[in-house]
Write a protein that binds this ligand. Structure first.
Ligand SMILES: Cc1cc2nc3c(=O)[nH]c(=O)nc-3n(C[C@H](O)[C@H](O)[C@H](O)COP(=O)(O)OP(=O)(O)OC[C@H]3O[C@@H](n4cnc5c(N)ncnc54)[C@H](O)[C@@H]3O)c2cc1C
Length: 302
């Protein structure tokens, strides 16, 4: 029996991967999507800035998009994890956790990133219901609530200027690091924004309702939410690097204007390729990459 060869294997079936798959499906391509169901925003109850789904559950959007893909006879969806990839002649062989193997002419990495929380005692249970990394993804719903910004660097000042649009009850927590200049400190004060430089001992409260910040001084303050810049890492970094794809200084996968990585036939889309990590940018990148990929396949294979 002849081995089944897919035109494209898409690793990651979330916002970017699904959008690439839909475009390729409409272009008559034989596509397989392998996804282990851990989209970055899986614990967020509502999404913002997703047209027709603003303040709605993005998990339902994903489900509908998958149901659409299931209508295409040339599209296969596999719930599994890709654990290794080998380049053999003109094709790639993907090995899955279930020991299954798949072969494709091209690969798209749509594997997303993992957020890394800072080392503050008690923080993990409040993510992402009271600890937030992006104001554009929640703040509209938190208007005029008591909010805080946690930052130990000068970025605290810029974050305060952005977030003060949504509330006049804003506090900057610098955890004992005092990163602001006197001018910045005075400017924030003139805007009614408090700055607390006391080191933080631990976080307590009721998940989804309030987060209580307990300071080393014995004092505490309650907030509906705390915004902070989070570090991130590529979820599939080892896999991506195993093929020789270059990673940039910003920890992203290096791509050209057609979304091809530094390795021929290997493409990357979504959060792993941009600092503007949003649902719609992920969706758009999937469409763009699929457009170029279909052209390349047409020229190479007819
Ligand atoms: C709490 C939170 C709330 C957010 N809210 C918003 C919002 O309101 N609006 C907005 O625009 N953006 C929001 N975002 C950002 C948004 O979630 C991301 O931009 C978007 O999910 C990126 O899509 P993606 O396809 O690149 O990656 P992801 O959605 O992270 O999907 C990657 C997929 O690849 C799979 N995968 C990874 N490695 C493998 C492997 N080896 N084998 C198989 N599958 C694999 C993962 O399981 C996952 O399903 C939010 C993010 C967070 C953390």
């Amino acid at each position: 029996m002849m081995e089944e060869v897919f035109d494209v294997a898409i690793i990651g079936g979330s916002f970017s991967g699904i959008s690439a798959a839909l475009f390729l499906a409409n272009a008559m391509r034989k596509v397989v999507i392998i996804d282990d169901k851990q989209p970055r925003n899986k614990d967020a109850d509502v999404a913002f800035n997703l047209p027709t789904y603003n303040q709605k559950d993005a998990r339902v959007w994903l489900q509908c998009a998958n149901e659409e893909l299931d209508q295409f006879p040339k599209v296969s969806r596999v719930e599994d994890e890709v654990v290794s990839i080998a380049k053999e002649q003109a094709c790639f062989t993907l090995s899955l956790k279930s020991h299954k193997k798949l072969t494709s002419k091209k690969i798209i990495f749509a594997t997303g990133v993992k957020d890394i929380l800072p080392n503050i005692q008690g923080i993990s249970r409040f993510w992402p219901q009271n600890i937030f990394h992006c104001p554009y993804c929640i703040a509209y719903k938190l208007q005029n609530e008591a909010l805080a910004i946690y930052s130990t660097i000068e970025e605290a000042y810029q974050m305060a200027l952005i977030i003060c649009k949504w509330t006049d009850k804003l506090t900057v927590l610098t955890d004992g690091h005092n990163p602001l200049t006197t001018d910045q400190y005075q400017h924030l004060q003139s805007l009614g924004i408090s700055v607390v430089d006391t080191p933080i001992h631990y976080l307590d409260g009721i998940v989804g309702e309030k987060i209580e910040v307990d300071f080393n001084s014995g004092e505490n303050q309650s907030f509906r939410g705390v915004f902070m810049h989070l570090d991130f890492e590529l979820k599939a970094k080892t896999l991506i690097q195993s093929l020789g794809c270059k990673i940039t200084e910003n920890k992203l996968v290096e791509i050209n204007s057609e979304y091809q990585t530094t390795i021929e036939g290997v493409y990357a889309i979504g959060d792993i390729t941009t600092m503007v990590q949003k649902l719609t940018t992920a969706i758009a990148s999937g469409t763009e990459a699929a457009f170029f990929l279909d052209h390349t396949l047409s020229f190479e294979y007819g």
